[in-house]
Design a protein around this ligand. Sequence first.
Ligand SMILES: O=C(O)CCC(=O)C(=O)O
Ligand SMILES: [Fe+2]
Length: 287
Amino acid sequence: MAELTRVKSDAELDDVVEILEREGSVIIEDYVDDVTFQGLWADLGPVLADTRHSEKGYDGHLTRRVSSLFRRTTHLTPVVTQPLYLGASRRIMEVPSHMWVGRARIPVTPNIQLSATQAIQIDPGQGKQPLHRDDSLHLRRHPGPTSRVQLMLALSEFTAANGATLVIPGSHHWDDERAPTYAEATPAAMPAGSALLWLGGVYHGGGANTTDKPRTSLTVSLDLGNLRQEENQFLAVPRETVLALPEEVRRLLGYDRCPPGLGWYEMEDPHIVLENPEAEPAIRTAD
Ligand SMILES: O=C(O)CCC(=O)C(=O)O
Ligand SMILES: [Fe+2]
């Protein structure tokens, strides 16, 4: 079982990019300052405690998930803009390209966008999550260019016993025919306040929690910016205008989920909230 490489938070960006490209993941020690760490717990701890376990097996029947994090905490900015995470994401995904416009060869470099934010609490008794690639959401083919860099901040200690994320080092180099096995995976053991970064093509999954305390974390993904609609329909068309349109058109505008799991709001089909504004904010709190 290959160990995951770890670096300090003052590591060189070049080194982090090189490790990510070679191994697919890296652990950054002391990822956030104490104020941010305490602030995240103060804002998200009570919401997690009030949230029911997930309904879908893949999300974990003994796992609590809270999304829409920029609405729920003011402490996310340093997590997303941490220089090694944001810097490596830009270096890996903002790759210069070109296009022809008539006979003019135009250089073009895409940017990146925030994709998902989620606090994840794996409670005692939760089994392993199936190993998967997060960039399967966009049906990316492998090996190929990276379209996602994911972050998992440990809000509690991560151990092999309490459900530390399982990672298969180097699996972003595999093709799309090779299936992952747990025997190939390494738990991302790390103290609270450290973070795991991994590429969207790396096989990983939440581990089993065999202890008597929850494993708590926060995950954020940065995606290639061109994985989106051309016109921003959410800003272009006011909600009341959308509601006057047939359901098929509302869904075409983006109030829909694309299999296997893009476009969700509070982990649900966004069309549900469009039709029932009173369902907002749809925190799945305990009864
Ligand atoms: O909780 C974890 O450690 C991993 C979760 C994950 O990979 C996912 O839900 O996509
Ligand atoms: Fe995942």
